[in-house]
Design a protein around this ligand. Structure first.
Ligand code: NAI
Length: 334
């Protein structure tokens, strides 16, 4: 018997509770050796806690080392940083991992997309250091450190090795940002020396965007800094049908948070219309991460069967099924 692990479960806002409930139903049907500890985060809890990320939630994730999270909204004008940004900072979730794979039954331009975007999550232009120099003149700082660049490069190569991947592409703009992106490339090259079996290449971000749209089969694992990674990961999601069908994880040395990459979808919240696939796929990643490989494989193949069958898809994918009906179909396919 596997040891019983505890997962911090954060429903989030909008459609978060619906897609989380659907995902937990499947995990319970699978009888996974996991216990669920519910905690709060997001804009809908600010009046209760005075913050969108209560310390009890952060403590819970640190204690359990593992969390499954629904989308959280950012209340405009609250003065608070987004719960996502705060969580990444407070938990030092330095690596954003987004595998992007074609889903059978979801029609897109390409059939066999199989890419992984590894994004540095803690610095770059997202450090949030911006200054007004004079009226009408503002600056933003791009911060890159050898420690963070080396850490993300190592994460990408180790991921490639552990998952039988052949190539790592470092995505950059070092031709223009010679010091910052230059440091990033130096670190990738150094780390690459420890992984001789993995092919390594460097591709400029604008060229990479075009090449991915023309022929995604040329790439495998991509590693990049924060801003390029943010854009590239959504571009890649678009190659397989959008944010509704791709999972995501934010990983640090002490804990890992698995989450759907879409937002709170306020337009359909509470209507039993949301597609829970992205969170379900994130749960599959989480099961893999904790070594529950058989459960992960069963969950994934049930999902793929529902997609191949195509009769119980939600509205965003052109179907008529409700969240509950889609989930019932996944459970029946287990
Ligand atoms: P969104 O992803 O919530 O919605 C964009 C469109 O996609 C909407 O039409 C929505 O109905 C649809 N959609 C999204 N997820 C869906 C699903 N699972 N099933 C069916 N349809 C789905 O993006 P938007 O409107 O830009 O953001 C809304 C809120 O979400 C904002 O407060 C934003 O800050 C937050 N957000 C949170 C994220 C997170 O917690 N990881 C990520 C992105 C946005």
């Amino acid at each position: 018997m596997s040891e019983l692990r505890t997962v911090t479960v954060i429903n989030g806002d909008g459609i978060g509770p619906e897609v989380m409930d659907a995902t937990i139903r499947v995990l319970e049907a699978l009888k996974v050796p996991l216990r669920f500890e519910h905690q709060d985060a997001g804009s809908e809890i600010i009046t209760k806690y005075g913050t969108n990320l209560p310390p009890s939630t952060v403590d819970s994730v640190l204690r359990n080392g593992l969390a499954l999270k629904g989308p959280t909204g950012t209340a405009v004008g609250s003065g608070l940083p987004s719960a996502n940004v705060a969580m990444r900072k407070q938990l030092d979730l330095y690596a954003s991992l987004r595998p992007v794979k074609s889903v059978p039954g979801v029609k897109t331009r390409y059939e066999n997309v199989d890419l992984v975007v590894v994004r540095e999550n803690t610095e770059g232009l997202y450090s949030g250091i911006e200054n007004v120099i004079a009226p009408g003149v503002v600056t933003g700082f791009k911060i890159m450190t050898e420690a963070a660049c080396t850490r993300i490069a190592r994460f990408a190569f180790e991921y490639a090795r552990a998952n039988g991947r052949k190539k790592v592409s470092a995505v950059h703009k070092a031709n223009i940002m010679k010091l910052t992106d230059g440091l990033f490339l130096d670190c990738c090259r150094k780390v690459n020396r420890d992984f001789p079996e993995i092919q390594y290449e460097e591709v400029i971000i604008d060229n990479m965007s075009m090449q991915l749209v023309k022929d995604p089969s040329r790439y495998d694992v991509m590693v990049t800094e924060n801003l390029y990674g943010d854009i590239l990961s959504d571009l890649c999601a678009g190659l397989v049908g959008g944010l509704g069908v791709v999972p995501g994880a934010n990983i640090g040395e002490r804990c890992a948070v698995f989450e759907a990459v879409h937002g709170t979808a306020p337009d359909i919240a509470g209507k039993n219309l949301a597609n829970p696939t992205a969170l379900m796929m994130s749960a599959v990643m989480m099961l893999d991460h904790v070594g529950l490989k058989e459960d992960a494989a069963r969950f994934k193949s049930a999902l793929l069967r529902v997609f191949s069958d195509g009769t119980q898809l939600t509205g965003d994918l052109g179907g008529k099924a409700s969240t509950r009906e889609f989930t019932d179909a996944v459970i029946a396919a287990l």
